[in-house]
Design a protein around this ligand. Structure first.
Ligand SMILES: Nc1ncnc2c1ncn2[C@@H]1O[C@H](COP(=O)(O)OP(=O)(O)OP(=O)(O)O)[C@@H](O)[C@H]1O
Length: 233
């Protein structure tokens, strides 16, 4: 399997403080499923931000889709970002657009014809159990509903890499399982998935998932060797 992501001795420092991430080295294989765990404040969101190119590292090299992300010309960044689906911890839905239009956004940005948009958006609404809420605007939806719309938006364009930050934090256990199943289905179609979660229950739900654990800004295994979650062979 090809490497889709490679971190080499990556460090991240916000401002002039101490490093939030230090000496982070690992490789993610294309088509695999990864969980990122670790205590609150360990640096999970920061690591994901580096992955989806919202943040540049202070040192080290990040290779994405086989290219040095730090050497990418600015004009190639939007095209690169379109290959990555992101579920943000705070959803980041567009408040004045309906749930339907939020989900349709990545297809419209990619230039998909309007006639080819309705069916996949309806399918995604059904997947996340919100068929009846397509016309609602985000501020009128519950936190869990907004999270499900955010997930539908992140996966609708079948990204090569899906990055999700605590994607089940606001939903009940039954919906968490359903959303995880959605990620798993996408992974079976070839998308590489990285899910940051505190929910140890979820770690056992994906056969062959691998786990990265981060503590105090460093990977627990600094060699970058990733392991299956406890309980999996
Ligand atoms: N933009 C920023 N500027 C300065 N410090 C930051 C910034 N973002 C995060 N930090 C700090 O970096 C550290 C790691 O934060 P991060 O959000 O990556 O942790 P996390 O593991 O995702 O935590 P949680 O599980 O609570 O979301 C924290 O000490 C945080 O205060």
């Amino acid at each position: 399997m090809a490497n889709i992501v490679q971190f080499e001795n990556v460090g991240l420092r916000y401002g002039t403080g101490t490093e939030t991430l230090s000496d982070v080295s690992f490789t993610l294989k294309s088509g695999s499923f990864y969980f990122l765990t670790g205590p609150s404040g360990a640096g999970k969101t920061s690591l994901l931000k580096l992955l989806y190119l919202a943040q540049r590292p202070s040192r080290g090299v990040i290779r994405l889709f086989g290219e040095d992300a730090g050497a990418l010309p600015r004009q190639r960044l939007p095209g690169f970002r379109r290959r990555i689906g992101v579920v943000f911890q705070d959803f980041r839905l567009v408040p004045h657009l309906s749930a339907y239009d939020n989900i349709a956004l990545p297809l419209r940005v990619a230039g998909v014809q309007e006639s080819d948009i309705e069916a996949p958006v309806r399918e995604m609404l059904a997947w996340v159990g919100l068929t009846e809420r397509g016309r609602a605007r985000p501020p009128t939806l519950s936190g869990g509903e907004q999270q499900r719309i955010a997930i539908a938006r992140a996966v609708i364009a079948r990204p090569e890499l899906l990055v999700a930050d605590e994607p089940t934090g606001n939903v009940d256990p039954e919906m968490a399982e359903r959303l995880l199943y959605l990620f798993e289905s996408l992974n079976r179609l070839g998308t590489t998935v990285v899910v940051a979660t505190h929910d140890f229950h979820l770690l056992h739900r994906i056969p062959n998932a691998q786990m990265m654990r981060i503590e105090h800004g460093k990977l627990s295994d600094p060699t970058g060797v990733l392991r299956n979650p406890p309980g999996q062979s």
